[in-house]
Design a protein around this ligand. Sequence first.
Ligand code: HEC
Ligand code: HEC
Length: 102
Amino acid sequence: MSASENGPENSPENRGWKPGKRDAFFLAFVAAVVIFLTMSGERTTKPTPNDATHQQAAALKTIAACMACHSADGIHPQPKRHTKTQQCFQCHIEPEISVGAK
Ligand code: HEC
Ligand code: HEC
């Protein structure tokens, strides 16, 4: 017999656990907190400029389109120590796509 068989996970009350009303309330509460935190997160990172250059680049939907100008040897490099993450619009708000979108 292993030690865990006598642990609290296996106490009689916990055997055959089924979600009850209180668990549902708890889950609803957790979901509400998560939703609140996601929705209230205001982005303070600089938005992607909403000019023709950036609208066109955004419409291409590839990181290469951005990095052509924003890599270390581009015309406007990302700052040193900038994240290597590729999802630019997770942080820099996406320009309104009106040019070359279709
Ligand atoms: C043709 C070159 C070029 C391409 C392609 C390009 N950018 Fe830029 N980007 C610039 C230049 C130049 C600036 C700085 C001057 C300005 O604000 O337009 C800039 C500025 C920015 C800034 C900083 C804005 C600020 O307020 O300082 C962000 C963020 C940015 N670009 C993100 C992107 C993203 C994301 C993409 C890909 C969808 C992209 N850029 C594609 C040239 C480019
Ligand atoms: C994890 C968040 C994050 C992601 C993803 C991200 N960046 Fe940034 N970026 C920042 C932060 C923070 C700064 C610092 C300046 C600021 O507040 O915008 C910055 C700065 C920049 C700047 C310099 C802005 C200036 O001051 O002129 C450029 C250009 C830029 N990012 C381009 C990009 C591109 C292109 C991508 C996608 C390949 C990208 N970033 C992805 C967080 C991010």
